[in-house]
Design a protein around this ligand. Structure first.
Ligand code: ALA
Length: 403
């Protein structure tokens, strides 16, 4: 076993849900499992720091606020931002909706286009459709080729006013060249939101992710708790973003008929936040940094190569997306012509192999690829070559059963 594989084997032991060897966890794009340190941190918050944040000046209140703001600083360090550029939200979807309502909706109108790629998850598509409905702006979609790779050079519409793009497709695993996309948008003076939900746990941040105005991602796909998302807004864009959820703690002062807001990020965090989840996100980020994102990429890329090579020998499946592992991250989607992928998923589940069957919240993309629902295997840092072997061993039977 090489150094990385043995490090992964050791790290896998930290995940209680993965003990016993029964489960082959290959549905990680939907949510990852969580290490014991995250579960311990959740409990520790409720036992040692159980109070509401930013409100109480008793010792538990101060401990809770310190844990919450400490988590914000940790997230900021993870993405190379300042703490005041980090907003905690419910999930990545919530973060994108905040930008859609609070930043883009006041910015656009008839004659403007919101630019997305054909690779978007519904969460980075439907909010923009809604902005278009409310403002009279139009949606412009940057097309992909038949392998699901963004066509370049990018055919920018003249009326482009804002760009929202994914860094990695959750359904196909395609890596989008967001460094070139963001640079080209900057030349046109276009603000950009990148959905890095399927990227930050797998790939080093690229220049595009550092230069984009907004980043959105979710803790639960990064070994952290559910119920916590992050919006990063750089270089003053949060100052120009309107709050869209109103209530306690986001206000600076209130009188009977009007109110004034706190500075960002607190003006976007009305009500009681997911403080325990934020505190428990810290050990998840520590885990990624302990192994190192470059090493995680190298390990997962080897598994992708193993899977893509193994799939060549499986009859009656079509592998969607780019042919090489270099252009891919995380997910591999399979179409089974004439077969019901849900049946295949059930057969795999009976053998302990967890994958996702369906549209993967990317229905327009899968239609663009000329197929319907797919079977998707998606990786995490704790996956091993044995997981891939077990998937490949059962897949022929699963494919045969569903056709
Ligand atoms: N966005 C999640 C997925 O891709 C739910 O499965």
């Amino acid at each position: 076993m090489d150094g990385l594989a043995s490090a992964v084997a050791g790290i896998r032991k930290r995940f209680p849900a993965l003990q016993g060897g029964e489960l082959v966890p290959l549905d990680n794009a939907a949510t990852t499992h969580r290490p014991q340190a995250v579960l311990d941190a959740l409990t520790a918050f409720y036992v040692q720091s159980n109070a509401n944040v930013h409100r109480a000046n008793h010792r538990l209140g101060m401990a809770a606020t310190a844990a919450y703001e400490g988590a914000r600083a940790r997230v900021a360090r993870f993405v190379g931002a300042r703490p005041e550029e980090v907003v905690f939200t419910r999930n990545a979807t919530d973060a994108i909706n905040l930008v859609a309502r609070g930043f883009v909706e006041p910015l656009v109108g008839p004659g403007d286009a919101i630019v997305v790629t054909a690779l978007e998850h519904h969460s980075n598509l439907v909010p923009w459709q809604q902005v278009c409905r409310r403002t009279g702006a139009r949606l412009a979609v940057l097309d992909v080729d038949d392998q699901g790779v963004l066509r370049e050079p990018i055919d920018w519409p003249d009326d482009a006013a804002f760009v929202a793009a994914t860094r990695v497709s959750n359904a196909l695993g395609t890596i989008v060249p967001t460094d070139r996309l963001v640079a080209a948008a900057a030349e046109r003076g276009l603000p950009v939101l990148l959905d890095v939900t399927q990227a930050v746990q797998h790939l080093p941040l690229d220049a595009g992710s550092s230069d984009a105005d907004f980043l959105a991602f979710s803790a639960h796909k990064m070994y952290g708790p559910m119920g916590l998302g992050v919006l990063v807004g750089r270089r003053g864009v949060l100052e120009r973003t309107e709050p869209v959820v109103f209530g306690g703690e986001m206000v600076d002062s209130v009188d009977q008929h009007d109110a004034r807001w706190q500075s960002p990020p607190l003006r976007f965090e009305a009500g009681t936040p997911a403080a325990a989840s934020a505190a428990a996100f810290v050990p998840a980020l520590d885990l990624i940094d302990e192994l190192g994102i470059d090493a995680i990429r190298a390990h997962e890329r080897e598994l992708l190569e193993q899977l893509l090579a193994g799939l060549e020998a499986v009859d009656d499946v079509v592998v969607l997306g780019p042919s090489g592992a270099a252009e891919r991250s995380g997910s591999v989607s399979l179409a089974i012509p004439g077969g019901d992928v849900h049946v295949a998923g059930t057969v795999l589940d009976m053998a302990g192999v967890a994958v996702r069957a369906g549209w993967h919240c990317a229905e327009p993309l899968l239609r663009r690829m000329g197929c319907g629902p797919t079977l998707r295997a998606s990786l995490a840092l704790y996956n091993t070559a044995d997981d891939i072997d077990r998937l490949l061993a059962v897949l022929p039977e699963a494919v045969a059963a569903c056709r």
